[in-house]
Design a binder for this molecule. Structure first.
Ligand code: NAD
Length: 405
């Protein structure tokens, strides 16, 4: 294809060019100097797009002056699938060490993320993290039964600890973890990622603002189909649906209702003909009663098609989050009562999603850097463990369990 000289292109497109075809030949021979269309145009007006100038307010991205070094403990599905990739969106946090029982896997992961090979630890030499100045924070992503031990050892090593949910396997373990954090004077945070993402944050604000009136009921399901083998199906490793997925509903009930239950009741189903549920129930349904008179009814399970939602019903409105607990794609709808002019239609609130894990990790880095209070401390994990333990007692006794006694 022949490219026309720019002066000629201008000539052809101008009205003068259309009437002066006879000059076309000459235009090839010598460049045509194009004159401004009017005498006043470009001299008096500022250039519309100066090529040599950038907007004065153009922000050039800069690395924060300090990033905290994180050690990832346990290289399973969550660590590899979500947490390590999320560092790419962090500003204050970077992965600098790995703890794994599988050296080959750890080396491959370290190489991929630019982690030095001499920063790979295993469960035996884990305590040597104490002598590694690259590491400020330890993130525990192990089976639930190992959370307490590795959190306490990490705190004793002088590091700050982010521990996955559920915090532990009992309130006693949770209390020991909090005591270890106080003794070591290091921060302890529980990885309740939904406190750090915009959709659940907006739901919290709406409920707290009173826009729904008095909240009367909360309803929630969190369940999925779990294939064996899986840590979730092992009693020894602290599995079971209450701690793994039910805890999201328990925690969401707290951050929407803003109070602690005074009484709980649970029923469970553990089919004898499904080998997956030899050690843990397939499904658990539970009710929580609150001092205000609000009731929460929830269910969780490992044998169902994925379903993750909650609804909050108040005297003046309703809020629905579905999905509510997934990593991505959360959707929030609200509806006003008829008295407030609402119709059958709910309104969807469109918010910009953010990566839950990078938000959560950067929050903790900021807490550590500035010695601030974190939003999801060990005490919150303990409060959930107390409720889970009461629900387990209710399952054993087949009776309601009071929490206010
Ligand atoms: P996983 O089974 O995929 O990973 C567990 C890791 O622990 C593996 O790397 C495994 O090798 C290691 N491990 C060390 N000792 C072990 C032992 N004795 N038995 C079994 N594994 C051992 O599990 P996961 O899905 O990554 O979950 C890990 C933790 O993260 C759990 O506490 C879980 O509740 C939590 N989690 C949180 C979220 C969230 O959204 N916050 C999502 C998934 C999992």
């Amino acid at each position: 294809m022949t490219t026309l000289p720019s002066s000629r292109r201008h000539f052809l497109l101008s009205s003068a060019g259309l009437t002066c075809l006879a000059d076309l030949h000459r235009s090839f021979a010598a460049p045509v100097r194009t004159e401004p269309e009017t005498a006043t145009s470009s001299a008096a007006l500022p250039a519309l797009a100066p090529p040599d100038k950038q907007p004065q307010n153009l922000q050039i991205p800069q690395k924060p002056t300090k990033q905290l070094g994180w050690a990832i403990v346990g290289l399973g599905e969550l660590a590899l699938g979500e947490v390590l990739p999320a560092f790419g969106e962090c500003e204050l946090s970077k992965p600098v060490a790995l703890v794994s029982g599988h050296p080959d896997k750890a080396r491959r992961v370290a190489d991929f993320y630019g982690i030095e090979r001499n920063a790979i630890y295993n469960y035996d030499n884990y305590d040597r993290l104490a002598d590694d100045p690259r590491v400020d924070v330890i993130y525990i992503i192990l089976p639930n039964s190992m959370h307490a031990e590795y959190t306490i050892r990490g705190l004793k090593a002088g590091k700050h600890v982010l521990c996955e949910k559920p915090m532990a396997t009992s309130p006693d373990e949770a209390r020991q973890m909090i005591a270890a954090s106080k003794e070591a004077q290091r921060h302890l945070m529980i990885a309740y990622r939904l406190h750090y993402e915009p959709f659940n944050q907006r739901a919290m604000e709406i409920c707290k603002s009173g826009a729904l009136g008095k909240i009367r009921t909360f309803a929630s399901t969190n369940g999925q189909n779990v294939k064996a083998p899986n840590i979730r199906l092992s009693a020894r490793l602290g599995g079971g649906p209450l701690g793994d997925v039910g805890v999201y509903s328990i925690n969401a009930a707290r951050y929407t209702l803003g109070e602690e239950p005074v009484e709980v009741f649970a029923v469970a189903q553990q089919p004898k003909d499904d080998p997956r549920f030899r050690e843990v129930p397939e499904s658990v349904a539970f009710t929580l009663r609150y001092p205000s008179g609000a009731l929460a009814h929830c269910d969780c399970g490992f044998g169902m098609t994925e379903s993750r939602f909650y609804e909050v019903h108040g005297t003046e409105g309703t809020l629905r989050m579905q999905p509510a607990f997934s990593y991505r794609g959360l959707r929030l709808h609200v509806r006003d009562s008829e008295a407030k002019g609402g119709t059958d239609e709910s309104r969807e609130l469109l918010l910009e999603p953010k990566n839950h894990f990078s938000q959560e990790m950067d929050h903790f880095s900021q807490v550590v850097m500035n010695n601030e209070t974190c939003r999801t401390p060990g005490e919150m994990g303990l409060a959930d463990m107390v409720i889970i333990e009461a629900l387990e007692r209710s399952l054993k006794t087949n009776a309601p369990v009071r929490l206010d006694g």
